[in-house]
Each structure stands twice: as C-alpha cells, then as structure tokens.
Design a protein around this ligand. Structure first.
Ligand SMILES: [Fe+2]
Length: 306
C-alpha cells in the first residue's frame, strides 16, 4: 500500500498516523523545539519520499518516518551556542556535536517502542568504510534504516541554506553524494530513489515555470503593441483609427504612455528572471537525468544490503 504524505502541512507532520500512545511519547522525547526544526522536518519529508518511491509497505514506511523524526533527538542535550552557531564549528565543538548520536540512542532506548529506532539515532552518521561516528561501524554493521536516513540527512544538510552558507542546488548536492558513494561512505541504492524523486519534482516545477514564462511573454507582447500605438499617437496625433486601436484593449482610466512604459520595464525584469529560472531547471533536469544513470550503475555494483 502506497501512501503520499504532505509533510509541509504541519498538522500531518505532527501526526503521521501514529497511535495516540506513540504521539504522546514523541511529544515527551521532543520536548524542546527540535521538532519544529526545519532540518528535522526536511529529513522526515525526504525519508518519506524515498520510502514512497521504493514502494515500501506502509508499516515499514511509518517506521522509517518515525526514525527520521527522531534521528537528531539527541541534539536536545547539545548546547544551543553550538547548535545555533552562525558559522562552521571548531574541531572541539564538532566533537561535542557528534555526541548527539549517543544522546539520541540513550533517549530512545528507554522507550520499548523506540528501541529499534535508537539504532537510527545512533548510527545515522556512520559510513560503510568505517570513517563515520560514533562507533566507526563498517558495511552491513550499519543498520539499513540508518543508511536510508543518512541519505535524507546529508541531502537536507547540503541543500539547506544556513546563516554561514548558501544551500547547494540539487545537482551539485547529488554530485557530492555520488562522490560519497564512490568513497564507500553512502548507500547508492537509496540515493538512486532520491534522484528519482528529485526528477519527478523538477518535472512538475518545469511545467509550472513554462506556463509562467509564456504568460509573461504574452503580457509583454501586449505591452509592446500598446507602446507602438502610443508612439504613433505621439508622432501623428490622436486619430480616430488610433483611438479605435486603443479601444480594443481594456485599459483602466488614466492608463497612458508612461504607465505602459513603467509596466513594460517591470514585466521585462520579471520575465527575464522567470526565463532564467526556467533555463536553470532545464539544466538541472538534464544533470539529474545523467546522475540517475550513474547512480543506477553504482547501486548495481554495491555489495551492501543485497
Ligand atoms: Fe545527526
């Protein structure tokens, strides 16, 4: 059974069809503002999309979503000066930050229904090559669920804008994540489904952008036609035929040559911006499509979780 969730709808974010009991428990664990944190919501949304694209059965999907929701719960014990630092962390601060994995594990393990999820909280920063933290697990020592949430986590961290950095584009992010796969640090199989999702999403956006661009193009054409009429009026005077030509347009009283010129300038700017955005998305789509092929090959070669 496939279900689509709208995680941008805050009501659904809080309730993800969990039982009342679990809802209450999540509330206890997430006593601080960690659950309103955009990163947690982003990772949860991305995890859901990956699971959904995989056609995962509902119970497993629900489990992963809850795991994504709790993956950083240990951050409630990390000092806010470090958590909210508007710059990159020093080595010492980073060592403290890494402890959120152990704190998260310790929190989850206390609750019978979250015991299994404790693994996601603890091991979502591990890498197949053993270079991750906190335990330096290797290969399939890392639970598959933690590897899935890791893909969503890294994607969200790289694309998210922070005070000290811009977010990367999707294609740049996937390029970095492919490098991680090649260095044996990330799961290609889950990355593949993430790219599938991104291509689907960009297709929808391209469609919208295409409509927007053509709407502005039409408006600009009309404004240019009006500009030509006003120019003729300026050159030859307000003749009957020009009056008739103007009459074909539904213009507000007081609309004149200078209103038209101002509108033309502002619409032209919007049109250029929208066209640029449209071109950017087309190039993103092209890059993502190539990347999808590459990730597919990498996932076939991958030796983990077969
Ligand atoms: Fe984390």
């Amino acid at each position: 059974m496939k279900k689509g969730y709208d995680f941008f709808n805050s009501k659904k974010i809080d309730y993800v069809e969990l039982s009342d009991e679990i809802k209450a428990e999540v509330g206890v664990l997430g006593g601080l503002d960690i659950f309103t944190d955009a990163h947690v919501k982003g990772v949860t949304a991305t995890t859901t999309k990956i699971c959904d694209a995989m056609g995962m059965p509902y119970e497993r999907l629900r489990y992963h979503v809850l795991g994504a929701y709790l993956h950083d719960v240990g951050k409630i014990y990390i000092p806010s000066e470090i958590l909210q630092k508007p710059a990159a962390l020093t080595d010492e601060e980073y060592e403290i930050m890494k402890k959120h994995t152990i704190f998260g594990y310790d929190i989850c393990i206390q609750y019978p229904q979250f015991k299994k999820l404790a693994e996601i909280a603890r091991w979502h920063h591990e890498s197949f090559d053993g270079s991750g933290y906190p335990d330096g697990l290797k290969g399939e020592e890392i639970p598959i669920e933690a590897s899935l949430v890791k893909v969503a986590d890294v994607y969200d961290a790289l694309t998210r804008r922070r005070q000290y950095k811009e977010g990367f584009s999707n294609s740049k992010t996937i390029e970095i994540m492919i490098e991680d796969v090649k260095r044996n640090r990330m799961c290609a199989q889950f990355l593949y489904y993430l790219v599938v999702v991104l291509i689907r999403e960009i297709d929808g956006k391209i469609n919208e952008a295409q409509h927007t661009v053509s709407m502005y193009k039409d408006q600009l054409e009309t404004l240019h036609d009006l500009e030509a009429i006003y120019k003729e009026i300026y050159d030859r005077g307000y003749t009957q035929s020009l009056k008739r030509k103007l009459g074909r347009y539904e213009l507000h009283p007081g609309y004149d040559m200078s209103t038209n010129a101002q509108l033309l300038t502002s619409k032209q700017k919007v049109y250029e911006k929208e066209s640029e955005n449209y071109q950017f998305m087309l190039s993103e789509r092209e890059k993502l499509t190539k990347q999808l092929k590459e990730v597919k090959l990498l996932s076939k070669k991958e030796k983990w979780y077969k």
